[in-house]
Design a protein around this ligand. Structure first.
Ligand code: NAD
Ligand code: ZN
Length: 343
């Protein structure tokens, strides 16, 4: 964490220049906290991960940081998984721009930069450390969408694969697989970019190494997956996802299923759209002896199935990227529900 202190030093020129640390709740009471350069006047808040970030939750954190403080912090440090990194990005954007989280859900809606922000990922896969978005659920609007903006990108990153050594096996697989899915969706889309393609191909090669390995959590593989995650997130900055993410967002919105496990559940039902990739995905699931949850939608009432359809089809950009302008003709309500019922 010496590097973190070096990054913060120039920002802390005056004594009252405080830093806000947002730390994944997993680290509560763990030795990592003793190594953080927290000084008097700084704030350290734990970020819960039982639920993924919501627009309301972000507004609450920002409200708490604004109240009782004299002036804005000079830096926000996010330490954790996708939930914590996205929370740090959203909080920084709101402290810098004012307003409420939902005001900026969409593309390029932020008028200016947020507070200087540093990302320290502790689990690899989402690419949230590299991407230009921070995903939040807007329960009222049934919308899972981020603040897609150049201002959402972290100003600095600290990538230390050792921090990921405590991630439980299944979680490591599910979150790591987010990179795989981002990249196959990006490469299969029509919104292509040579840079995104190059990032995606290398990230997929690294994923194949890691998830084809007998020791997917060896120190070497921790490094490879951290690199893959960063490349996958960078790929997305220049492209879009495809069909898996909209369906996955539906599961998250309606059933509260977490992003990465939801992606894997959806991927397993995507034979007609990504046949070769689904076969490769199943090989990795089987190689790592991972059990995917199943039967999620079988006993759902009609209203919930309709909600699943609505919260999938709302994601026009990725669906258009994957299926063209006629995406809604391909993904009729009947077909979408039939696919959900296979999960
Ligand atoms: P997460 O942040 O919930 O972390 C997963 C679990 O791993 C949590 O229980 C967490 O406490 C635990 N964990 C984290 N680091 C650990 C460590 N070192 N040791 C042990 N446990 C550890 O989930 P995630 O899968 O990293 O991220 C999912 C979130 O990221 C979703 O909200 C999703 O929408 C978002 N996302 C964002 C982007 C983006 O570009 N911004 C892209 C994809 C996904
Ligand atoms: Zn994802």
């Amino acid at each position: 964490m010496t590097r973190l202190e070096e990054l913060l030093a120039p920002r802390r020129l005056a004594n009252d220049h405080r830093v806000v640390f947002l730390v994944d709740e997993f680290f509560r009471g763990r030795e990592l906290l003793d190594r953080l350069p927290v000084r008097e006047g700084d704030r350290l808040e734990f970020v819960g991960t039982a639920k993924e970030p919501t627009t309301e939750g972000i507004d609450q954190i920002v409200g708490g940081l604004r109240s009782g403080s004299n002036g804005l912090p000079v830096a926000i440090v996010g330490i954790g998984g996708g939930c914590t990194l996205d929370t740090a990005k959203a909080v920084s954007n709101l402290l810098g721009n004012g307003g409420r989280a939902q005001d900026y859900q969409g593309w390029d809606l932020l008028p200016g930069p947020g507070i200087y922000k540093i990302g320290v990922p502790t689990i690899s896969g989402t690419g949230a450390e590299a991407s230009r978005t921070c995903v939040m659920m807007n329960v009222a609007k049934r919308l899972k969408l981020g603040m897609n903006s150049q201002y959402t990108i972290f100003d600095a990153l600290l990538l230390d694969p050792d921090l990921t050594s405590t991630v439980p096996r299944e979680q490591y697989f599910f979150t790591g697989m987010d990179t795989y899915i981002h990249c196959i969706e990006s490469l299969a889309g029509s919104h292509r970019h040579a840079l995104a393609d190059a990032f995606s191909r290398e990230a997929l090669r690294l994923c194949a190494d890691v998830f084809g390995s007998d020791t997917m959590q060896s120190p070497e593989n921790l490094s490879k997956l951290m690199a893959a995650s960063y490349l996958g997130g960078s790929a997305l900055a220049n492209s879009y996802v495809g069909i898996v993410h909209p369906f996955s967002a539906g599961l998250s919105m309606v059933l509260g299923t977490h992003h990465c496990v939801a992606n894997c559940i959806v991927m397993n039902a995507m034979d007609e759209f990504y046949p070769a990739e689904v076969a490769e995905f199943r090989n990795m699931v089987s190689k790592q002896s991972i059990t995917l949850p199943s039967g999620l939608c079988q006993a759902l009432p009609e209203e919930a199935l309709h909600d699943l359809y609505l919260s999938t089809i709302v994601h026009e950009k990725p669906l258009r990227n994957a299926l063209g302008d006629g995406f809604a003709d391909v993904l009729t309500e009947e077909r979408v529900i039939e696919i959900f019922c296979r999960m």
